[in-house]
Design a binder for this molecule. Sequence first.
Ligand code: NAD
Length: 285
Amino acid sequence: KGSTVAFIGLGIMGSPMAAHLVAAGHDVTGFDLSPASLDKLVADGGKAAASAQEAVSGAEVVITMLPNHPQVEAVIDEVAFDDGTLLIDMSTIRPSTSIEIARKLSNVRVLDAPVSGGQTGAVQASLSIMVGGNEADFAAARPFLEVVGKTIVHVGPHGAGQVVKAANQLMVGGIYALVAESIVLLEASGVDPKAGLDVLAGGLAANRILDLKRESMIAREFQPGFRIDLHHKDMGIALDAARAADVSLPVTNQIAALVAAARAQGYGSLDHSALLKVIENFAGR
Ligand code: NAD
């Protein structure tokens, strides 16, 4: 038998995730500020609520998939949760905010469960999900997470899921930056970048970004995907987390500066592979 699920934030990621929960037999009521997103959920077999409170009332499970911490905090502040509700926040936000939310909502079972895998992962229900919170709540959430994800790992207490996601984002940013520098070096040296990267994709430097994005990067195709603006937010989260943990991450600082430059140079709504443009500008190419 299905459960009553409230889904708040039906954007690029949330919309297909909510549709998978409907298809799995759950009674899904959604809320989003955008009416078009609500229409999409209704077309997928869910119900539209007129407010976050209406979606949450009577729900056993509440899932949030919102842009950043101000939106998550706004929703949580305006809603009264039933005692014992399982709140799974799948947005990418600061670890410290996830910890604060869990402390503040003492009558609610809270998990931070950010994801990796992008829009494709959401559409194909193959997301990697990194979960912070307590073991019993993770066990209760698992059947719901399995509907949208493939690799689902309980990584530690509240906030730990967000720390792991921050580590993911700094790594992804760094790999993009270095693939970009490799392309600039090859082209500036008169070597065919396609031939060069094809052979590298079979060696020690092989990685998923090289596999999926080298052709579009060489062709300078940068439609998103995952926008530079969101990656900029995530580099800020990584630097915040480093500060909170009292560690210096010198390479992460450089990547954050490159992503910030991409945004300042007007590439914020392009895919994050557009870091190549910043590297090219820097190289005078
Ligand atoms: P999005 O902007 O497409 O979707 C966010 C949705 O939240 C929008 O539909 C917006 O209308 C809604 N919203 C904003 N404030 C609201 C409020 N107060 N109440 C109700 N609805 C509200 O963003 P997205 O790409 O779906 O990303 C969501 C989260 O997932 C972000 O934290 C992002 O970093 C993370 N993420 C995104 C990707 C990706 O590839 N797009 C991958 C992994 C993680």
